[in-house]
Write a protein that binds this ligand. Sequence first.
Ligand code: GTP
Ligand code: SPV
Ligand code: MN
Length: 653
Amino acid sequence: MTIVEPVLASATRTRLDAAPSSAGSPGTAAAKARVEPAPGIPTRHGALLSWIARIATLTEPDAVVWIDGSAGQQDELKALMVESGTLVPLDPELRPRSFLARSDPSDVARVEDRTFICSRDRDDAGPTNNWREPAAMRAELSGAFAGSMRGRTLYVVPFSMGPIGGPISQLGVQLTDSPYVVVSMAVMTRVGTGVLDELGDAGAFVPAVHSVGAPLVDRDGSPRTDVPWPCNATKYIAHFPETREIWSFGSGYGGNALLGKKCFALRIASVMARDEGWLAEHMLILRVTDPAERVFHVAAAFPSACGKTNLAMLRPTIPGWTVETIGDDIAWMRPGGPGTDGRLRAINPEAGFFGVAPGTGPTTNPTAIEMLRSDVIFTNVALTDDGDVWWEGLTPEPPAHLVDWRGQDWTPDAGTPAAHPNARFTVAADRCPSIADDWDSPAGVAVDAILFGGRRATNVPLVVQARDWAHGVFVGATISSEQTAAAEGTVGELRRDPFAMLPFCGYTMSDHWGHWLALGDRLAAQGVALPAIFQVNWFRKGEDGRWLWPGFGENSRVLAWALGRVAGDAEAVESPVGLLPAPGALDLDGLDVPAADLAALFDVDPGSWLEECDLTEEFFGRFGARLPDALTTELDALRRRLHDATPVAPAAQ
Ligand code: GTP
Ligand code: SPV
Ligand code: MN
């Protein structure tokens, strides 16, 4: 077995002893890894150590390195990646301490068709997840991971989702052979020795195994050359909800590889939340202060690349209002415990932002532009001639020459985007100018309002309030959105994305809706105030294809109306689909939107809504007997209200 020279002088590094391969195991020099309590091993957690030893035996890395969370170790890893070509350092004046990574062109987004929920019972995964029988998947994964880290280093990344030790927080340990993943995890979560201290000798953690699936030594011992972005054409993003395990193979891309994020904080955590009476959701969290100094907290679920980061960092255009950011992608919400008012409290379990670059510019999201001045890892954006970054939407005019996300020369007449449409930035939350001082408060914030949204060119009004909790759950369950570049698939295709959780729920979505309904019933029975629920849509288009609503900072007008509803001082009118702003109730002062566009933004056409109801019935039908009755009741009631609102056509009279 080849043993590379230690490159991380400061790291705790264990070389693995080669041992004769056990009978029947493939390969010539399978290592029998021993990782035991010893000087230099920063934990005495027996289950953790034996798990690491098992994975090292399976994957055959050259060495094991413990990630301690220190800046020095992170800097060494970045230097290593600059040397290997994985990271391009950006100009230190223009973009201090920042780097560009270019992925393999085949590894740019989440792979939903290779994402698996391996529950014992197929019906527990539900009709919208890819289910695999756990034992069969384990066998397949063992084959894929066997020797997959040969010639590489296995990094041990202990991480906390939420502040270490917080009452809503959870711990995990990711094993990975990708230094890019290590440095990204160190931005997106809390990593290092503090997590091991919190784990103690026997604390519970979610084990998460990740390999890019590109060993540097073949089975026969011959070396392979490394590439800047190793990955494998075959990918597995596999979850075992009952045993709370994650196995990810073949990809280095964010949502596939940073396992604290979608895999743990949504797919595994949603199952924990179902079992324990809380919620793990694909939601931003923000704080709004109104001109009367009243403070509100809003959680909002929009599908991938549909505006969560933008809304979380919104700069209100209406005077006297301020918005502070708490999270941009994931919310964990729990009813407050004894001594509190019992309301739902939300934390952002992450510690950084992995945000969409294209479309982020000084007019759309000036806060993000400030946030990205330094200390950023960019992935798949374009490189300027002076060593800075560029993407579509950063400036109105592109530079005359760029190196595009593929590493090729680019000019404005190239006919292809310079940055990949799903190019992303990775940056620590505390770099965000609008971050709330107490954004990482372990107890979280009490949620006053929940928004559900998506990209809908037609039908869905700018804002509508759900009539009550059950109607709100129905609204969440029936969200559809045009697909974006965040996942492999057909961009623009309208698809169901209930609760913006279609790709992220670790169990059947109908049980998820049932869980929301039950939680609402439980809190209501205790006399606890529930958040008000709204549907929003910034993406309605005119017949000529233009956005009807200016969006971005102007979305503060919608927040103001919604929070006015919460406070009891904004007027609403009934419509078949819920409560709309009463005439004059939406603050439009200083806004230059033609009256016809405003009317179109709120138009509810009963005919097309009834057609959507038919599609909803079909969608709900896929869940069979596990669909909560309350949702059938809501669908019936919506149809009735739409019929009542439909003028009877002369021919039908
Ligand atoms: P994930 O990180 O994939 O979960 O996405 P996200 O929901 O955080 O998406 P993000 O805020 O990064 O938005 C993605 C795209 O939506 C960007 O290109 C934005 O410019 C665009 N966008 C956001 N808000 C608005 C809006 O109010 N109006 C319009 N027209 N576009 C918007
Ligand atoms: C999303 O796709 O919803 C994201 C980006 O937030 S990723 O982490 O890649 O899933
Ligand atoms: Mn997301």
